[in-house]
Every structure is written in structure tokens, then in C-alpha cells.
Design a protein around this ligand. Structure first.
Ligand code: UTP
Length: 286
């Protein structure tokens, strides 16, 4: 039912400087593949097959990664490296991906607004690649299920501690069912005093196309950025917007600690690495 997904990937990645001077954050490998690939795989396994990635200057390695590389394929074929050849081909065959450049980094809301023509008046998903979500049912698929029940925009929610109220948009919830909440209002990074609840918005969304008119009306914040949170706050005043407390574990790989944790835990889930990593971890002395 929802076929299109947008991945905003134009940000500077300042929390990962200096490496992001030369390598896009989205291309940093978690275990053995770039973190953006986890997002692409989640989109595909949620039933979407048209993907728009919003990029920016110095991010062309993302396009190269998902492109074909005939010279490399030829060399691997000649050397009879079948497994590697399959891996390389798999990446370029993953999905139909198109790209738009955000010329000035004017915020996540501004990046999503660039998807208006691609979306063409249909409901669509947005996935922030620096949230990797490990779950039985892909997180976006969980949102799509709620969307098909209520036919309105749905965002993913996670419970956070006090520190999280400084880092995320926090919603004013009205509980609808065990895991579904109607969003009455949302404040970006309110801090514990102003937070309505402990329910934070994380990087997965399914939007009705009417989000675009709210994005167009949204004023830049004090840093000159158009916030997606402000736009769906405006939307929630006009039409129901729902939040889903998704099932699964999220890794915030946009910060160094979350990135390290994701590498350890996701490597432990891989048969070929599990025993060796456990051995390393248990041999550590503090
Ligand atoms: P972040 O707030 O994590 O910013 O953006 P960032 O630049 O990626 O990283 P830091 O905070 O400087 O370390 C959340 C998402 O929105 C995208 C980012 O690429 C990321 O996926 N984004 C942000 C844009 O596409 N354009 C923008 O102008 C801002």
C-alpha cells in the first residue's frame, strides 16, 4: 500500500567528526555493512520499493555504493571469487534508488520537503538511517500496519529517561490502545521540566502527503533549521496523528556510544562472529 520511502542523509554528522570530514556518517560500517544499508533493508522488508535518498556535498560514496561496478565484478569473476561477487551484486540490486541533493543544510524538515515531487501526493515513509532498529517485524512495517488501521500519519515512539528529553521530540499522548497513542502536541527537546511525557519520537515515520503544506508553513528555529517535529506538531492540531510504541531494540548509531554498542550486539547475533566476540569480551579485565 505504501510504496515510497525517503531517507534524509544530508546532515553534517558533526558528532562523528573528524571522520565525517571525508566519509559520510551513513557509510560508516556497523559490523560489515554501511549503516544506511540497514535502513534500505528495513524499507524493502516493509514492502516499499521506491527509495529517495536526500544527500549533500561530499556524499557521492553513497551513490557509488548502491551503483553497479562492472570493472570490479569482472575482476571478481576472473578470480573466481563467487561469494564476494554475489555480495557486491546484491548491494546494487537491492532497490530502485533515486537521489536529490540538499544544497544548504536547513534541517530535517527542509530535507523532507525536498521529497514533495517524488512523493507525488501519496502516503510515504521516512527513515532516519542513524537509528538502526533490530526487531522481529521491521519497525516501518509496524507503522504501516497502524497506518492501514487508522488512515493517518503515524510516528514511532520510544520511552526515554530524563536525558532523552533533551535529545528528542516529546509528545503529549492520549492512549488509544496498548501501544498506540494519539498525539495531542509535541515539543522538540523540551528538557524534563517542559516534557509532557516520557514518549519520544524516533527516526521512523509514515506520513500523509498533507505534511508538506505544514512543512511549508513551518518557521525555521533559532538555528535556522526547519524541524520535522514542528511540522507534524502543526499537523496534529488539524488532523489525527498517531504514535506507535514500536517493538524492537533501537541503536542510535549517530552517536559514538550507540555506534559501538550496535557493533558489539549485532556482531554477537551473527553466527560467524559470536563465539570469537564472546571469547574477547570474557577475556577483558577492567
Ligand atoms: P541529525 O540531527 O542527526 O544531524 O539529523 P546530523 O548532521 O546527521 O548529525 P549531527 O547531529 O551533526 O552529529 C537527523 C537526520 O536528518 C538528516 C541527517 O542526515 C540525519 O539522517 N538531515 C539533517 C538532513 O538530511 N538535512 C539537514 O539539514 C539536517
Amino acid at each position: 500500500m505504501i510504496k515510497k520511502a525517503v531517507i534524509p542523509a544530508a546532515g553534517f554528522g558533526t558528532r562523528f567528526l573528524p571522520v565525517t570530514k571525508a566519509i559520510p556518517k551513513e557509510m560508516l560500517p556497523v559490523v560489515d555493512k554501511p549503516l544506511i544499508q540497514y535502513g534500505i533493508e528495513e524499507i524493502i522488508s516493509s514492502g516499499m520499493d521506491q527509495i529517495l535518498i536526500i544527500t549533500s556535498r561530499n556524499k557521492s560514496s553513497i551513490e557509488d555504493y548502491f551503483d553497479k561496478n562492472p570493472e570490479l565484478e569482472k575482476v571478481l569473476e576472473e578470480k573466481d571469487k563467487r561469494d564476494l561477487l554475489e555480495e557486491v551484486k546484491k548491494v546494487s540490486d537491492l532497490a530502485k534508488i533515486v537521489y536529490i541533493r540538499q544544497k544548504e543544510m536547513m534541517g530535517l524538515g527542509h530535507a523532507v520537503l525536498l521529497a514533495k515531487d517524488f512523493v507525488n501526493n501519496e502516503p510515504f515513509a521516512v527513515l532516519l538511517p542513524d537509528d538502526i532498529i533490530d526487531s522481529e517485524i521491521p519497525c516501518l512495517k509496524q507503522l504501516v500496519e497502524v497506518y492501514s488501521e487508522y488512515s493517518c500519519s503515524v510516528v514511532a515512539l520510544e520511552r526515554v529517561d530524563e536525558e532523552g528529553t533533551w535529545r528528542y521530540g516529546i509528545i503529549k499522548p492520549r492512549q488509544i490502545s496498548d501501544r498506540v497513542f494519539k498525539i495531542e502536541d509535541v515539543i522538540e527537546k523540551p528538557g524534563p521540566e517542559r516534557a509532557y511525557s516520557d514518549l519520544a519520537v524516533i527516526g521512523r515515520y509514515v506520513f500523509e502527503p498533507d505534511i508538506f503544506s505544514e512543512l511549508e508553513r513551518t518557521k525555521p528555529d533559532s538555528r535556522g533549521e526547519i524541524q520535522l517535529t514542528d511540522a507534524f506538531g502543526l499537523l496534529s492540531k488539524k488532523r489525527p496523528v498517531y504514535g506507535l510504541l514500536f517493538e524492537g531494540r533501537r541503536y542510535d548509531v549517530g552517536n559514538k556510544f550507540g555506534f559501538i554498542e550496535a557493533n558489539i550486539r549485532l556482531a554477537l547475533k551473527r553466527k560467524e562472529f559470536e563465539a570469537k566476540i564472546k571469547e574477547i569480551l570474557s577475556s577483558l579485565k577492567y
